[in-house]
Design a binder for this molecule. Structure first.
Ligand code: MN
Ligand code: MN
Length: 281
């Protein structure tokens, strides 16, 4: 990422890619997500207008990609988890670029105690899928295995199997968000997060395919990018980790990777600003 030039040692924010897409059920291509998002970042100034800060003034490390493309799903999760645990132990803020959604559990469960917010068109709550418990349709289930169902929440969902629906109670579907508004949605998330630490896993298909068409399993009636930004801004002071997954450059007209790159930049700017405000007291 062009604005991430600092060493691992010097940086609080560490970007890393997981180019893995072999469990994708419909259309592959997310292995090109990390490189597509990096390339798309050149579209943007490093000066973040809203926050009045320059990403080039923040110590950010782009660690590159983990070598996971040809691993089995369970080896891939283990590799990502090993690296993520190191980040957590070193006090870093992990920013993981997928890859398909099956990369997320490796990072999220590296934390001991967080609430996890999934933004997704799909619940990804199958216990197994195609005989694989690490399929991307099981991602949130694996995260809930660690933190418990009451520490995991999904928003923007509009596709769920009946078995998932019956197993996963904490879902705010997309239709409810449009009916009640984003402020209501934030207050619902707030009830669960409280003063705790939050990890956000953003499946780009949570956002409407009009804004994010370059993804393997697009679903209509999705969130607007500005809604996702409002949520990130609101929870920035409690955010400890973030991933963005399911961006598929081969299926993209360009705007999906651009959106993902900009969201990543917003996350860093928002978290950094809130952290420095807290230091000032
Ligand atoms: Mn997903
Ligand atoms: Mn999805």
């Amino acid at each position: 990422m062009y604005f991430a030039n600092s060493s691992y040692e010097d940086s609080r924010y560490v970007i890393f890619g997981a180019p893995f897409d072999s469990t994708c059920t419909f259309r592959k291509g997310t292995r090109y997500g990390p490189s597509g998002i990096r390339e798309a970042s050149h579209n943007f100034e490093s000066f973040m207008l809203e926050y009045e800060l320059d990403l080039l003034d923040i110590d950010i490390c782009d660690y590159g990609d983990l070598d996971v493309t040809h691993l089995s799903p369970s080896e891939m999760v283990e590799r990502i988890n090993g690296f993520s645990k190191r980040l957590v132990a070193d006090g870093k803020f992990p920013l993981l670029l997928g890859g398909e959604h099956s990369v997320s559990p490796g990072c999220a469960v590296a934390f001991d105690d967080v609430t996890v917010l999934g933004i997704d068109a799909h619940a990804d709550f199958y216990d197994d899928f195609d005989d694989d418990r690490n399929n991307h349709a099981c991602a949130m289930r694996r995260i809930a295995d660690k933190f418990g169902k009451d520490r995991v929440m999904w928003i923007g969902i509009r596709q769920m199997g009946r078995a998932e629906y019956e197993a996963a109670p904490k879902v705010i579907n997309s239709f409810k968000i449009f009916e009640n508004g984003i402020d209501w949605t934030i207050s619902e998330i707030e009830k669960m997060v409280g003063n705790g630490r939050l990890y956000i896993s953003l499946d780009i298909d949570g956002i409407d395919p009009a804004y994010a068409p370059g993804t393997g399993t697009p679903v209509p009636f999705g969130l607007r990018p500005i809604d996702v930004k409002r949520i990130i801004d609101h929870f920035a002071s409690r955010l400890v980790g973030f991933d963005i997954v399911e961006v598929s450059p081969p299926l993209d007209n360009g705007v999906t990777a651009v959106l993902a790159a900009n969201i990543l930049m917003e996350v860093i700017a928002a978290v950094h600003l809130r952290a420095s405000e807290e230091k000032k007291g």
